[in-house]
Design a protein around this ligand. Structure first.
Ligand code: NZQ
Ligand code: ZN
Length: 387
């Protein structure tokens, strides 16, 4: 196990009606709030009314930033920063999924940055010095943003989707009420399940051999997705299925699985370049790319890790190690297909003549992947295979 410092500082209020804890949660963070949300799902399911009534009852002044889109844009961040400065905002409440939360996080630190917020993504994490406190009310399981310090933002002008990471961006609290995810549509439920699994893969497939506890945790979380992901898809109001997926999503990308080991993140790097160019749903892009990434990195040196995965997660028994490893990959692909995910990049509108550009953007700041390092040619091959 490698050395690490452990911080998972977000306070979690998990369960039905935990919105009632909002008062307690917000206590230390002022009475002048920026309320950030997406395209309207919270208006349809009544959450908007619940929250605004709460603000009124508790004499909390709020300003709204609505319409944050999936694959959130730097333009929304700029709007939010402007509102914070105009109204002396003291803290931010993000109600939604990864897109809304990431936008809120970037606003929270962008407000203290004296240049355009996109500059933070170009300068890197050391440019983050301060951030407003954030709280989240999660409405869709997938990214883990509710419990981590990451924010991923798209810039349509430069066709880039880049990330920042900092402990200052970790939400101070997150309210996780699984009933809020009952209305998540099937395609987003499936995409969220894949995203959670991909976060596990990115940390499980690692060059660090001595990570027994991390690996067993990862396998348990994967098995939870295999069981409860399809159940949530079939029965959207199945409380236990939604609850298990929600908590798995948070545990998967709050640092827990990655502490003490080297992690990969190549598939995410490639997917972010794809969704920057084509506005593809993040989990959908991952469902297409992951099996092709697995096939590409399977080699004599990596077979043992794929065998561990296939045996411990899928219970596969075959005559040779290579057959076990390949079967594990096949099972992964089948699982994604059964969730209703497309199998090819062509199927989500990607054009063949754009693949080279996507590969170039993926490695713009250096090679990707630590389980297996990938340069432009490797990435291009994966993209062509996935096309
Ligand atoms: O905008 P509204 O109307 O709210 O609709 C959203 C949106 O269309 C809808 N939705 C959310 N909750 C709902 C609901 N519809 C009905 N009922 C509900 N309860 O779902 C759609 C997708 O929302 P989004 O926030 O985009 O989904 P997700 O949570 O998957 O976030 C994806 C974004 O997060 C980034 C992705 O790249 C992508 O930009 N990621 C963030 C990470 C992080 N911060 O740690 C890590 C991830 O790897 C990922 O890169
Ligand atoms: Zn992801």
């Amino acid at each position: 196990m490698l050395d690490f410092n452990y911080t998972i500082s977000t306070k979690i209020f998990f369960g039905k009606n935990k919105i009632e804890k909002l008062d307690e949660a917000l206590k230390h963070y002022g009475k002048n709030i920026l309320f950030v949300y997406g395209g309207g799902s919270i208006k349809k399911n009544g959450l908007y009314d619940t929250i605004t009534n709460f603000f009124t009852r508790h004499f909390i002044a709020y300003h709204e930033l609505s319409g944050v889109q999936p694959n959130p844009r730097i333009t929304s961040v700029r709007q939010g920063i402007k509102l914070c400065r105009e109204h002396n905002i003291e803290s931010i409440i993000a109600v939604g999924g990864g897109s809304v939360i990431d936008c809120a996080k970037t606003i929270a630190t962008g407000v203290y940055h004296d240049r355009d917020p996109w500059d933070l993504f170009l300068q890197g994490d050391s440019a983050i010095k301060k951030a407003l406190p954030i709280g989240t009310i999660l409405t869709i399981a997938g990214t883990g943003s509710e419990m981590n310090g990451n924010a991923v933002i798209s810039n349509q002008e430069t066709q880039q989707k880049l990330a920042i990471h900092h402990d200052l961006l970790r939400p101070k609290f997150s309210i996780l009420d699984p009933t809020y995810t009952f209305t998540v549509p099937k395609n987003q439920t499936a995409a969220g399940t894949v995203d959670i699994m991909s976060h596990i893969f990115e940390q499980y497939f690692s060059p660090t051999k001595d990570a027994f506890v991390q690996n067993r945790l990862a396998e348990s979380l994967l098995k939870t997705c295999l069981y409860y992901g399809p159940l949530a898809l079939k029965q959207p109001t199945h409380y236990e299925a939604r609850a298990q997926m929600m908590w798995t999503s948070s545990l998967t990308l709050n640092g827990l699985l990655g502490y003490g080991k080297i992690t990969d993140w190549a598939t995410h790097g490639i997917e972010h370049a794809v969704s920057a160019a084509y506005d593809v749903t993040h989990g959908t892009g991952l469902a297409i790319l992951t099996p092709y990434w697995m096939e590409y990195v399977l080699s004599r040196e990596t077979t043992d890790k794929f065998v561990e995965y296939a045996q411990n997660v899928w219970g596969i028994k075959e005559s040779s190690d290579l057959a076990v490893a390949r079967k594990g990959i096949e099972k992964t692909r089948e699982f994604f297909t059964d969730l209703g995910m497309p199998k090819t990049l062509r199927g989500v509108g990607v054009k063949e003549n754009k693949l080279e550009d996507i590969a170039e953007k993926t490695v713009l700041y250096g090679d990707v992947g630590k389980f297996k390092k990938l340069g432009k040619t490797d990435v291009l091959t994966i993209l062509k295979n996935a096309f």
